[in-house]
Ligand binder design. Structure first.
Ligand code: ADP
Length: 244
């Protein structure tokens, strides 16, 4: 049975949403959006809408999970039932459990875990609307929520994916490109330390293409990092204006 193959890159070299291969989706970031969490952030990246909330460092329950020499970072990545076209079961899926783990591992190197023994830092990520690349946008928002909670950090963590669609290396894949494309490479970066904290690959790339995709993702991370800093600054400018 023959299937119609949809072109992901048109004759002008533009993508389904009109972007150039090396272009990010429009991004909006806000810090300190939730009154009841210690720290919070909201990100819109294309059609993705994601909230991150942080509590802690705080007493850890059950107590036997506490560590004598460091805090325990706990992450929960969750997609709301209405975040995708078919209702998603609210129960944690295998994918959400895996993403919670990779997000935690991407954030951990940025924190001084040894500063807060016998405590926990909890990061809750709620994907309100998903359109590809949610693990990366979640890391970008969660790192800001940690900073907003006043937790000392070595660096912010910022994440972005690159990949291959229709034989072209592209930045920041949306859902259709992720599903119908050839490969997806999510990267998380601590920009000042120049250290990568997450590197995954789904699909097939030659070594040359892989290097090109990683470098493109790093360039994307650096652009988003500028927006992260701006969002943090904006919160404190607002507070100052309210006080004056
Ligand atoms: P990421 O969001 O980090 O790219 P995946 O590659 O696993 O992670 O998922 C790609 C996209 O697939 C998601 O962003 C989302 O738009 C979509 N998706 C994930 N889970 C579901 C689901 N249960 N139902 C419908 N779409 C989903």
């Amino acid at each position: 049975m023959s299937q119609k193959v949809e072109k992901l890159i048109d004759k002008k070299g533009l993508r389904l949403d009109g972007r150039k291969p090396d272009e990010l989706r429009p991004i909006k970031i806000e810090v300190g959006v939730l009154a009841n969490a210690d720290g919070s952030a909201y990100i819109q990246q294309g059609k993705n809408k994601i909230l991150a909330a942080v509590y802690g460092p705080r007493e850890l329950h059950p107590k036997h999970l506490a560590l004598p020499d460091r805090t325990v970072l706990r992450c929960r990545y969750h997609m709301a039932p209405f975040s995708v076209q078919e209702r998603k079961s609210p129960a944690p899926s295998r994918r959400e459990i895996e993403l919670s783990k990779v997000i935690r591992e991407a954030l951990e190197p940025s924190l001084f875990l040894e500063y807060y023994p016998r405590t926990a830092i909890d990061v809750f990520i709620e994907v309100l609307q998903a359109d590809g690349g949610t693990r990366c946008a979640s890391i970008t928002a969660a790192s800001l929520a940690l900073a907003d909670a006043g937790i000392p950090m070595r660096d912010l963590v910022v994440a972005c994916a690159a990949g291959k669609v229709d034989d072209t290396i592209v930045l920041d894949l949306m859902d259709t490109e992720d599903k119908k494309g050839n490969a997806d490479v999510p990267v998380a970066l601590m920009p000042n330390l120049n250290a990568i904290t997450l590197l995954q690959m789904d699909g097939n790339l030659s070594l040359e293409e892989f290097e090109k995709a990683v470098n493109l993702a790093i360039d994307g991370c650096k652009k988003i990092y500028a927006m992260q800093k701006e969002a943090l600054r904006a919160k404190y400018v607002n507070i100052k204006e309210v006080e004056e």
